[in-house]
Design a protein around this ligand. Structure first.
Ligand code: DSN
Length: 426
């Protein structure tokens, strides 16, 4: 029976969301549009299957096909990143980080992460998150002057605090990372180095940004941002290695890090893996292995740079003065508008962004002084540099007239007309 016949309420809401996604310009930096093939895999009968364990080592029968699905996902992500090992079961980036921390840390251990209010992520030690409640977080941030991660500060805090884990990576940072320097700092204090590359993952595999694999002990990512797959997470290692704590298995053999991380995911953090999502991940990884994906990622960055320049030409203050990746963080304080007001006004103009704290922000996370904008999704729709300039024109008009419903309505019509020329999925 079709969904429309069996549950018209949900069918109707999905239809409305389809129209919302089709009509608007999606500039939330962490979102993207998957292909029809990814959605077909995710919407498949694999959702019916329990498969606790790993390929060929399950706690349930009937896993012969999901074993092959999961192995393909593992093989493809390893090929994509040049990784020796991967676990594709984490349900999200947050779950991936939780599993790594569970595997590598004890409650109360110190972790050093990028401050959430400077662009970091909740799971890198925020006091309202498991990572800040179970572990003992200390932070580094950006320099107020340059907006760049202050590597001197990273080294200084690491030396002073001797964390067990150092986390590099962010949710709202427009620049590349010096993974080699982070590793040096981690080695100096005997810390495990975790890179969370959820945002720039696609740009890393496309060799546009620096590669964390040779430098970081463990790498996590989501699969749905620049990677353009289904919502989910992955854990990887460039090279598997014996655990530094000398943990042994029941036979007295020192366990590999891969075994410890695998058990951090299951049974540590999760139960049955979502094999339908893992199938969709495999499809997305297959797509990312094609040359056309690299072309897409190159366009994402060209679009971000065109958009950054257009904003700066209109006197917008971009943290760090530009972007190396797919996103920019904009301090709106010189425009006399809060992040919250900008998000609402742009929403009325059919342009979706998120309000975001900026470094040294004095407003709360519910109000904020900034907004974060990204180009991954609109690039999937087919927009190019000249379209970015047009979008900035409209965003600026909306921000300057954020209380004028009629102007916002007119911009919405222009945005819809434009976006109607760019089909949603392929
Ligand atoms: N919510 C994601 C983002 O927007 O970056 C991170 O979890």
């Amino acid at each position: 029976m079709s969904l429309n016949s069996s549950d018209s309420a949900i069918y109707s809401l999905i239809s409305k969301e389809l129209i919302r996604q089709t009509d608007g310009a999606e500039l939330i930096a962490s979102e993207n549009y998957t292909s029809d093939s990814v959605m077909e895999a995710q919407g498949s009968i694999l959702t019916n299957k329990y498969a606790e364990g790993l390929p060929r080592r399950r706690y349930y029968g009937g896993c012969e096909f999901v074993d092959q699905v999961e192995q393909l996902a593992i093989d493809r992500i390893c090929e994509l990143f040049g990784a020796e090992w991967a676990n594709v079961q984490p349900h999200s980036g947050a779950s991936a980080n939780a599993a790594v921390m569970l595997a590598c840390l004890n409650a109360g251990d110190k972790i050093l992460g990028f401050d959430l209010s400077h662009g970091g992520h909740l799971t890198h030690g925020s006091s309202v998150n498991f990572s800040g409640k179970l572990y003992n977080p200390v932070f580094y941030g950006v320099s107020e002057k340059t907006g760049l991660v202050d590597m001197e500060k990273v080294a200084e805090v690491a030396e002073r605090e001797k964390p067990k884990m150092i986390i590099c990576g962010a949710s709202a940072y427009a620049r590349d990372w010096d993974y080699a320097r982070f590793r040096e700092i981690a080695d100096n204090v005997g810390a495990i180095l975790l890179a969370d590359i959820s945002h720039p993952a696609g740009l890393i595999v496309s060799k546009i940004l620096a590669d964390p694999m040779p430098h970081c002990h463990v790498v996590t990512t989501t699969t749905h941002k620049t990677l353009r797959g289904p919502r989910g997470g992955v854990i990887m290692m460039g090279q598997d290695f014996p655990n530094p704590w000398g943990k042994t298995n029941p036979k007295g053999v020192v366990r590999k890090m891969s075994a410890i991380l695998d058990s951090g995911v299951f049974p540590g953090m999760q139960g049955g893996p979502l094999e339908h999502v893992i199938a969709a991940k495999a499809v997305a990884f297959g797509e990312a292995l094609k040359p056309s994906y690299k072309t897409y990622c190159e366009q994402v960055v060209k679009n971000a740079q065109a958009m950054a320049e257009a904003f700066m030409n209109k006197d917008y203050n971009l943290i760090s003065g530009g972007t190396d990746n797919h996103l920019m963080l904009i301090d709106l304080r010189n425009k006399d508008i809060t992040g919250k007001q900008a998000e609402i006004a742009l929403g009325k103009a059919e342009i979706t962004v998120n309000k975001n704290m900026v470094p040294f922000d004095t407003r709360s996370p519910f109000v904020t002084s900034g907004m974060r904008v990204g180009t991954a999704a609109v690039t999937t729709r087919g927009l190019v540099e000249s379209d970015m300039v047009q979008l900035v024109e409209w965003m600026d008009e909306a921000i300057c007239n954020y209380e004028n419903e009629s102007i916002l309505g007119n911009i919405a019509i222009s945005v819809k007309t434009k976006m109607s020329k760019f089909p949603l999925v392929s």
